[in-house]
Design a protein around this ligand. Structure first.
Ligand SMILES: Nc1ncnc2c1ncn2[C@@H]1O[C@H](COP(=O)(O)OP(=O)(O)OP(=O)(O)O)[C@@H](O)[C@H]1O
Ligand SMILES: [Mg+2]
Length: 348
């Protein structure tokens, strides 16, 4: 396809750019003002509380606001959707009805000529040049583990936790409130999380410069919040930690395929950038595998640009000549209706 775009439709960021490029051209927060349906971009807004996301845990719930975000993203890159094919990312276990609605909106409201959908976890490993690996996604609304063998998802090893960066932010907010240090909005606390939280750091006080002037000292809250990735039980007792997801997912494979996953565990998603996370995960996985599979050498791959690996993987995939036959055309949609999303799959 000569003219195609990739939209990584995340619950925190919507990223858009032309296929074949190394990086996306534009990203905006996937939130829309409650009052006037204006998409809020970057740091233009003061307080997340006045905005809503059209998505929850990677799943679109508010289609009108979702269209507002997509329209905004298209305009930002001066792309007329009716001139360009578009690959949209989706979260794993996206309900079927949601994918059907998505294809309807794209063909009917946006008049795109071609479209297709791919799981973000699959694109994550394509970005690292792999077709087989254990893809570990740590996003804003979910974390998940996908064992992929030559582009095929091994469904029995699929684990998804409804827990992600937004939960870490909320937990940090709670801890800070409890210690009487700060009672700020989610946007500021999110920024503290990205700047000061550390899975391995010491818990001595660190200084945070407040946007309007002044400072605040953040102590062991920054370490406790970051470590939810290793133990989410303080906020959601039922959800698996990242190390447990890796262990269960890789062990679900046939014995002769386990090496592939133990040795090729690829991190992706913004929350995997948490300071100290990669080093601590490497350490913990070494220890866990030394017991669970002592003959296998464990390796966690941490691409430096992993917060955008999903978009990059989409850019690579749509540039392959073999992908051209995968696009769902407007004619396919007219002939089969929304069920075309099951007839013409991008992957298994
Ligand atoms: N350096 C960092 N340290 C900790 N967290 C970070 C860092 N950078 C980004 N994040 C967090 O990563 C999350 C966004 O990640 P990502 O862009 O992968 O999400 P998304 O694709 O929009 O969401 P999802 O895929 O879960 O729907 C946010 O919670 C953000 O605060
Ligand atoms: Mg994502």
């Amino acid at each position: 396809m000569e003219n195609s775009y990739v939209i990584d439709n995340g619950g925190y960021y919507c990223r858009i750019g032309r296929s074949g490029e190394d990086d996306c051209e534009y990203k905006c927060r996937s939130i829309v003002s409650l009052d006037d349906h204006q998409v809020v971009v970057g740091s233009d807004h003061g307080n997340d509380d006045n905005y809503v996301s059209p998505m929850e845990r990677g799943i679109v719930l508010d289609w009108e606001r979702m269209e507002t975000v997509w329209n905004h993203a298209y305009q930002a890159v001066s792309c007329n959707p009716s001139d360009s094919a578009v690959l949209l990312t989706e979260t794993i276990l996206n309900p079927k009805s949601n994918r059907e609605r998505m294809v309807e909106v794209l063909f009917e409201s946006f008049q795109v000529p071609y479209t297709q959908f791919v799981w973000e976890g699959l694109l994550n490993i394509y970005a690292s040049g792999r077709g087989s690996a254990l893809s570990i996604m740590c996003g804003d609304g979910t974390c998940h583990a996908l064992p992929i063998n030559e582009g095929y998802l091994m469904t029995r090893g699929l684990y998804r936790s409804d827990f992600g960066g937004s939960d870490i932010t909320l937990y940090l907010m709670k801890l800070l409130k409890e210690s009487g240090k700060l009672n700020f909005n989610k946007k500021i606390v999110n920024n503290i999380k990205e700047k000061l939280c550390n899975c391995k750091g010491d818990s001595s006080d660190k200084i945070y410069d407040l946007p309007g002037g002044g400072t605040v000292e953040i102590g062991d809250e920054s370490v406790r919040a970051a470590n939810l990735l290793f133990d989410p039980s303080p906020i959601c007792g039922d959800e698996l930690s990242i190390p447990d997801m890796i262990l269960k997912s890789a062990l679900s494979a046939e014995i002769d395929q386990r090496y592939l996953f133990v040795n090729n565990t690829v991190l992706g998603g913004g929350s995997s950038l948490m300071a100290g996370f990669d080093a601590k995960l490497q350490e913990q996985m070494k220890e866990k595998w030394a017991i669970a599979a002592p003959t296998l050498k464990s390796r966690v791959i941490t691409p430096p640009d992993r917060e955008k690996s999903v978009w990059i993987g989409g850019s690579i995939l749509t540039s392959l000549s073999t992908f051209h036959q995968k696009w769902i055309s407007h004619k396919d949609f007219s002939d089969f209706g929304p069920s075309i999303v099951y007839r013409k799959l991008s992957a298994s």
